[in-house]
Design a protein around this ligand. Structure first.
Ligand code: HEC
Ligand code: HEC
Ligand code: HEC
Length: 127
């Protein structure tokens, strides 16, 4: 018997596993190839450690959004004690103003297209 639903579920599960090594290695920094990223000038540190950010920035962003919007909890305390306003455009993109050669370059490589920019402002001068 042919069961379309099962085939689709199977395909999705297969793809998730097939692609896992790509994004996992990239996130862990153990991939042989890493797209060349333009890091922000004038800053040495992110809001959390670089390996943490590489692996978990999407979770951190979700957490920021939920805390900001639902709990009015608006500041993030970095490990070194610096406080950051929990904002995608106002904080992340202030430092990472080179979205095309940073966020996009990595995302294009792994094939993810965050939909955040439907609403959130992108750094100026960049499509
Ligand atoms: C104060 C400036 C600043 C802010 C704010 C900031 N970053 Fe960073 N970020 C940096 C710097 C500098 C690095 C590179 C650190 C290094 O070279 O080790 C970095 C590294 C990263 C990395 C890892 C890049 C790699 O080499 O793998 C990611 C991902 C990242 N940031 C995303 C974000 C996101 C998402 C936000 C907002 C939640 C954010 N950053 C906020 C300055 C910042
Ligand atoms: C070192 C590579 C790298 C850099 C640099 C990077 N990302 Fe990502 N990002 C990823 C990977 C890999 C995923 C997909 C993870 C997954 O599927 O679980 C992702 C996913 C996301 C997601 C979730 C998208 C979704 O549809 O689930 C958001 C939001 C995001 N990134 C925002 C940013 C922002 C903003 C920046 C720049 C400040 C940035 N990322 C820089 C690698 C990177
Ligand atoms: C449909 C429109 C829409 C989309 C798409 C969207 N957001 Fe938002 N986001 C909002 C609105 C509205 C707020 C509330 C802004 C306020 O209260 O000042 C918000 C607030 C936030 C905040 C906290 C405040 C700030 O200035 O950043 C974060 C972080 C955030 N969103 C992250 C994301 C991320 C990451 C994505 C993509 C994965 C995303 N959002 C996609 C509409 C959107």
């Amino acid at each position: 018997m042919y069961d379309g639903k099962k085939v689709i579920v199977g395909l999705v599960v297969f793809l998730a596993f097939a692609l896992f090594p790509v994004w996992y290695n990239l996130a862990a920094g153990t991939s042989g190839y890493m797209p060349e990223l333009k890091k922000p000038e004038g800053y040495t540190k992110c809001v959390e450690s670089t390996p943490y950010m590489r692996a978990f920035h999407m979770d951190l962003l979700n957490q920021w959004r939920d805390e900001f919007v639902r709990e009015s909890d608006r500041y993030h305390s970095a490990p070194d004690g610096t406080r950051y306003w929990k904002s995608l455009s106002g904080t992340c993109m202030k430092c990472h103003a080179n979205k095309d050669t940073f966020c996009d370059r990595c995302h294009n490589y792994v094939g993810v297209t965050p939909y955040c920019w439907d609403c959130h402002v992108q750094p100026q001068g960049v499509k």
